[in-house]
Design a binder for this molecule. Structure first.
Ligand code: SF4
Length: 444
């Protein structure tokens, strides 16, 4: 499993010359794993543009700092010249944000000839300013239930042990115990804490080949951060795990379609049977599916079986961008749209998992297409998801948008203005089908 090298957020300031007109300045990761700063250099983003205070928020609680190996920290001097910090001083630095925040800018750096592709994480631009660390991000939802502090490891280890001892035959629990303890996956861990959104993976196979797939990568020098599920659970295992969660968990959501599996719709029959069996025994909680929305016929049966919520993953509403990223096998973007339209017609709460990559999805033509897509499909919630990928892995494989990038903040403003009925956030709501979200829609 690819790991990022965390950097301690203790300032070790070399060359503390006078800050550059009080502008955000360069910070980097020192060889000792500390945060170094160069106040004489103006911090820049991936495009080379200087970071403005208005782009930044204080580094959020729950964020981690990540060194970017073999990437030189870089900034602008007083004459606006690009200056790199020598490798003996350290490497470029980025932040990894907790759920509840959306990245707005990519980190700036210069690659060295030795640099390998970065592990699949959501690298976010960081800077120092007035002695504190800042990140290029915007808060887009309430992060509390997703922060590391909400998942105390000792307690999790005990709960996993007790549960597996009580249900030694349940392979679904055993699989998600691995995800909870080895990847600290919040939805896997919630199965053991018996609360909120719990995971259920069912599909080893997939009918897409996403460039940024976190459970399967085909190219030699790209390593997926998670192992993919290797078995197909039985309906009974899925139902029993689900019943235990839905009956006992506050704000219970039982979610098919996790990062540790392929496409759940390849096991549509199993999901349909499980949902029917669960709803025959309890009306409690919410049944959700995270999917690429490739098979609307199968989804129609799953909607009829009693599904409450659907979240369809997409990086774009433009076919060219969608096809280049998902590399779909045997389905088209029209099938994805139809799945969402049918969800709305069936009273199923619909959202998209919008993979966010600054410089791509915030381009004029991408924003315009997204607004049309939301109006056409009747999607009720846009979940903003920072895309976990090395820019140099993604950008060469995706056609450049025609329009110029307007910025992630402009994208969010455009959605608020053009589709005010659509909620913005970062995760699925516990909404039963046919019901509006308790207390009406909340706007991030
Ligand atoms: S749909 Fe999911 S599992 Fe399939 S390739 Fe894409 S990210 Fe991977």
């Amino acid at each position: 499993m690819a790991t990022h090298t965390p950097t301690r957020s203790r300032h070790a300031s070399h060359h503390t010359m006078r800050p550059h007109n009080d502008a955000p300045y360069v910070v980097y990761s020192t060889p000792d794993g500390d945060v170094g700063e160069r106040q004489s250099l103006r911090a820049i983003d991936y495009t080379g543009a200087p970071l403005q205070p208005a782009d930044l928020i204080p580094l959020p609680v729950g964020a981690t700092l990540s060194m970017l190996p073999q990437r030189l920290a870089v900034g602008l001097d007083a004459n606006g010249q690009r200056v790199t910090i020598p490798p003996r001083r350290g490497w470029a630095l980025a932040a990894l944000l907790p759920i509840g925040y959306t990245r707005t800018l990519l980190p700036g750096y210069d690659k060295t000839p030795e640099s390998e592709p970065l592990p699949f994480f959501g690298y976010t631009a960081v800077a120092g300013w007035r002695g504190r660390l800042y990140a290029a991000a915007i808060r887009t939802d309430a992060p509390d239930r997703w922060l590391p502090d909400a998942f105390p490891l000792r307690k999790l280890e005990r709960l996993v042990q007790e549960r597996l001892a009580a249900e030694p035959e349940n392979r679904v629990l055993a699989h998600h115990a691995h995800c909870a303890l080895d990847y600290r996956c919040p939805t896997a861990s919630n199965l053991f804490f018996r609360r909120w959104e719990g995971a259920v993976a069912v599909s080893p196979g997939c009918n897409a080949r996403c460039i940024g797939c976190i459970s399967k990568q085909d190219e030699d020098n790209l390593v997926s951060p998670q192992d993919r599920l290797l078995f197909i659970p039985s309906v009974e295992e899925v139902v029993e795990t689900g019943m235990a969660h839905l009956e006992q968990a506050p704000d219970a959501i039982y979610s098919f379609g996790q990062g540790c599996e392929g496409e759940p719709l390849l096991q549509a029959r199993l999901i349909e049977q499980a949902i029917r069996a669960i709803r025959a025994r309890t009306e409690k909680g919410v049944l959700n599916i995270n999917t690429n929305g490739s098979n609307w016929r199968a989804l129609q049966r799953i909607y009829a079986a009693g599904l409450d919520c659907i979240r369809v993953s997409t990086i774009s509403a433009r076919r060219a961008t969608y096809d280049a990223y998902y590399r779909p096998l045997g389905y088209t973007f029209d099938d994805v749209k139809k799945s969402l339209i049918l969800a709305r017609e069936s009273g199923v709460h619909s959202s998209i998992n919008l993979l966010c990559f600054p410089g791509l999805i915030d381009a004029e033509d991408e924003i315009a297409a997204l607004v049309d897509f939301l109006r056409e499909t009747g999607v009720q919630l846009v979940q903003l998801r920072t895309l976990n990928i090395d820019p140099e892995v993604l950008l060469p494989r995706i056609p450049k948008p025609e329009g110029k990038p307007l910025g992630m903040r402009m994208l969010i403003e455009a959605l608020r203005r053009e589709t005010p009925e659509v909620e913005l956030g970062n995760f699925t709501r516990p909404v039963r089908r046919g019901k509006e979200q308790a207390g009406g829609s909340s706007r991030a």
